[in-house]
Design a protein around this ligand. Structure first.
Ligand SMILES: [Zn+2]
Ligand SMILES: [Zn+2]
Length: 132
């Protein structure tokens, strides 16, 4: 019993580390990576651990349009931009966006937060497009 708990703690720690080493990965991406360390770990365990982290506020779960949920260990206020070319998710820390999206009054309603997803092209994809 004791042993099992210890292994679970190790796995949880490793899942968190993998999450931090990847860039806004989906649960599947975390699973594929963690399997190289823990070959017997199940997909269900990885999904459950990530879900638990998100529920307890240790990480953020991002529900983006037209893609699997992604996980983000950065809790500080920021928004996300998704590249139309490669699908990569980039952090947007923008005081301008913050100013627009918080404290705005629209028709008898005061906005105090927003889930925003920006779209565009990352520098790599922009370069590829310009060269093509
Ligand atoms: Zn791109
Ligand atoms: Zn992020």
């Amino acid at each position: 019993m004791q042993r099992g708990t210890e292994r679970q703690t190790k796995q949880k720690q490793a899942i968190y580390e993998v999450l931090c080493s990847l860039d806004h990965p989906s649960a599947t991406e975390v699973y594929e990576r963690i399997r190289t360390q823990f070959p017997t770990i199940s997909r269900g365990t990885v999904f459950r651990v990530l879900g638990g982290f998100a529920e307890s506020g240790k990480i953020r779960k991002l529900q983006l349009a037209d893609t699997d949920d992604r996980y983000d260990p950065t809790l500080a206020s920021h928004y996300h931009a998704r590249c139309r070319g490669c699908g990569r998710v980039i952090d947007v820390v923008s005081p301008q966006a913050e100013a627009v999206l918080r404290g705005v009054r629209v028709g008898g309603f005061t906005v105090d937060g927003a889930e925003v997803e920006f779209f565009g092209l990352c520098d790599d994809c922009k370069k590829t497009q310009e060269e093509a």
